[in-house]
Ligand binder design. Structure first.
Ligand SMILES: *Cc1c(COP(=O)(O)O)cnc(C)c1O
Length: 362
């Protein structure tokens, strides 16, 4: 592999993928109806269940995370029933759109960008209206906010008919996440964020409650029909041709992740969060995300010094790093330092000293 134009990715997805993981994709191809594939699938399933901390099943999807948004919305919300979306940034906004575009009746609790949702907000809403599902983004990548999934889960759990659907695309395997213990019915994620795999494969832990619900939903669609995906999964297979090369990579990456240990991996991310927060504050810049809810995987710096983010990114590119310049409507007013996946504190140190050099701080 040529390394001439390699820029290390410090953007919040796709993230840097280690060479061993890239190379795992180059194993000889196998047919997805072969015994070798069934063995791969079964092996992967065991490791995924350990990673999600679930006793149920983990659907493997040849799509990005967006596809599983559609799957979760379609399988969990019956005709004539409503879904509650907790919106506080670009991704949570988009998931609500996905539900609407699939014909679902959507209510929204919107918080200002940079703020977290609270269990009280959800408790109030559930007292007033019955919902088939509550949809929450664990880690809002656009703002750098991590929502209190566990506390909100405790509220949702009190309502028998309400499923708790959580997007942990940029949190999973970076920020603490406990699917079953926190009462999460669907936990969905992509490969290219804190999982540190190439893009193109997505995963969703799905509870038995979800499958029971899905049976009551008429138009589940085809590609993301959880009933069909589960039926094939029970045979260590998939309904259509899966991204086999990415599954080789996931198999290898999960070995390394489980060897590191989930708790140690979460702690490493918390350490990088503290480094980033300390850097921003000591350089006279604020943090965009509300205190107490700042993400372990991505720090959104409030650009209090009014630095030119394009110039900053250009400077950092000269140092071999690809940097973010802020997202959507907060671009320029903020920029994000992603510290997720297999990034080590020593690499983040290099990034922060590069930024210091740009700022002229020593
Ligand atoms: C990146 C991201 C998505 C979209 O995932 P894709 O894999 O790009 O489809 C959804 N939610 C969050 C929180 C994200 O960060």
């Amino acid at each position: 592999m040529s390394s001439d134009n390699h820029k290390r990715l410090v953007i919040p997805g796709p993230v840097e993928v280690r060479r061993e993981i890239l190379e795992a994709q180059t194993a000889w191809m196998i047919g997805h109806r072969s015994t070798a594939f069934a063995e791969l699938f079964a092996r992967l399933q065991g490791k995924l269940k350990q990673a999600f901390l679930t006793q149920y099943r983990v659907i493997v999807s040849g799509s990005s995370g967006t596809g599983l948004w559609e799957g979760a919305s379609r399988n969990c919300i019956r005709d004539g029933r409503r879904v509650l979306h907790l919106v506080g940034g670009a991704f949570s906004e988009r998931w609500a759109d996905v539900s609407r575009l699939n014909g679902k009746d959507v209510d929204v609790i919107e918080v200002e960008w940079g703020m977290a949702h609270t269990p009280e907000m959800v408790a109030d809403a559930l007292k007033k209206q019955r919902y088939d599902a509550v949809c929450l983004v664990h880690n809002e990548t656009s703002t750098g906010v991590t929502n209190p999934v566990q506390a909100i889960g405790e509220v949702v759990r009190q309502y028998e008919e309400t499923l708790f659907l959580v997007d942990t695309v940029s949190g999973f395997l970076g920020a603490e996440f406990r699917t079953d213990e926190w009462g999460v019915d669907v936990a969905l994620t992509s490969s290219q964020k804190a999982f540190a795999l190439p893009p193109g494969i997505a995963f969703a832990a799905v509870s038995d409650r979800v499958l029971a619900r899905a049976k009551e939903v008429k138009n589940r669609g085809y590609y993301f029909d959880f009933i069909e995906l589960d039926a094939m999964l029970q045979k260590n297979n998939t309904p259509s041709t899966p991204p086999i090369a990415l599954m080789f990579a996931a198999d290898r990456q999960l070995d390394d992740i489980l060897a590191e240990g989930l708790e140690r991996r979460w702690a490493r991310h918390l350490q990088m969060r503290e480094m980033s927060i300390h850097w921003a504050e000591s350089r006279g810049m604020g943090l965009f995300a509300q205190a107490g809810y700042r993400s372990p995987t991505v720090t959104t710096v409030a650009n209090g010094r009014g630095i030119d983010v394009d110039q900053m990114a250009k400077f950092m590119s000269g140092k071999g790093f690809s940097m973010d310049k802020g997202y959507g409507k907060i671009k320029g007013k903020t920029f994000r330092i992603a510290h997720m996946g297999d990034m080590q504190p020593a690499t983040l140190e290099e990034v922060l000293s590069g930024l210091d050099e740009f700022l002229g701080v020593n």
